[in-house]
Design a protein around this ligand. Structure first.
Ligand SMILES: [Zn+2]
Length: 332
């Protein structure tokens, strides 16, 4: 993209104006080399709508699960192998469990469990979650090591949990913004659509001492000790103040291109975008996989699944319904 400041040297890569064409269902990697910043911008349209609409969730639950999906695309789309990134929460709030399963390079599926009796109008995502933990699992396939990172959910939202995770586990200065909204349209076609967007910004200087971070939770300090002030690097202070100006509407606006948004934030410093990574809603369930799962159950459990002369299994991710005769399900 173009830098308007004459003081900034741009590397010898092609410079062009930001595209005004919005690209939905993709993660756009970017770099602000002069500030040692790297990031991703995700915009989700039909893909998010497809995942959420299959479940007919109450709007607050859909919004929370949508935020988890956006966060997953920001984190999972950096996987370089054909692996899997799974984000789950287990908490004591009205939404007791949610899972987003991202299978590289582009497949997404998700669902949430909630207690409808505990939902109240106007509950925000933090109130819906309550307290518990968020787990992120990277699975590189059979016979490969599995990595799991855990972070406490302590009355905050998913952005807070992501910040906590990067501060403690990765020690990479990171800010995340997530937004999900409902779009209401007149005329032909569907009247209601879900949209989502998010941004991840990370400070990755060559000299590691520049990545010192200020805000470890004060609860860690022994009582009576003097708080020790860390001065954050100017480049990271600038990066954080820029991403803090991003409004929810900018992340989900169907008419604002991601490149235009990045240009608004970083044009003075020069920002470089890379090829967008497409994302789509697709479940990996199949009749064969369900049949094989049934065959792994004890005969007694299979027998108990017979209702009205058949065994019916519904995929929690995509709501697909699989019907088997007792014979096909291996019931004697
Ligand atoms: Zn499915």
């Amino acid at each position: 993209m173009v830098s308007q400041s004459p003081d900034i040297k741009i590397p010898a890569t092609p410079v062009r104006a930001p595209s005004a064409v919005p690209v939905d269902d993709a993660a756009l990697p970017f770099e602000v080399a002069s500030l040692d910043l790297r990031g991703r911008l995700t915009r989700l349209g039909p893909t998010l709508d497809e995942v959420l609409t299959k479940h007919a969730y109450p709007p607050e639950v859909g919004k929370l699960l949508g935020e988890a999906i956006v966060l997953t695309t920001l984190l999972g789309s950096s996987l370089k192998f054909d692996g899997r990134f799974i984000l789950q929460t287990q908490t004591d709030g009205p939404v007791s469990f949610l899972i987003v399963d991202f299978q590289a390079p582009d497949r997404l599926r998700a669902y949430a469990r909630f207690d409808a009796r505990r939902l109240k109008p106007g509950q925000d995502s933090a109130a819906l979650l309550g307290k518990g933990h968020l787990a992120m699992t990277i699975d590189q396939g059979p016979d490969m090591s599995r990595y799991q990172g855990l972070v406490a959910l302590d009355g905050g939202n998913l952005e807070d949990a992501a910040h906590e995770y990067f501060l403690r586990s990765e020690q990479i200065p990171t800010r995340v913004r997530l937004a999900v909204g409902e779009e209401w349209r007149g005329g032909e076609g569907p009247k209601h659509r879900w949209r989502g967007g998010g941004m991840l910004l990370q400070f990755l200087p060559k000299a590691p001492e520049r990545a010192r971070q200020a805000d470890l939770h004060p609860g860690d300090a022994p009582e009576g000790s003097i708080a020790h002030t860390v001065t954050e690097d100017d480049a990271w202070v600038e990066g954080q103040s820029l991403i803090a100006t991003v409004e929810d509407i900018e992340l989900i606006d169907p008419d604002l291109s991601g490149e235009r948004l990045l240009y608004r934030l970083f044009h003075e410093r020069g920002v470089r975008v890379f090829a967008p990574l497409p994302l789509r809603a697709q479940c990996s369930c199949s009749r064969e996989a369900v049949a094989s799962m049934l065959s792994s159950f004890a005969a007694k459990d299979r027998a108990e699944m017979v209702k009205d002369g058949k065994v019916v299994v519904t995929c929690e991710f995509c709501s697909s319904v699989y019907e088997f005769t007792p014979q096909e399900a291996g019931v004697e």
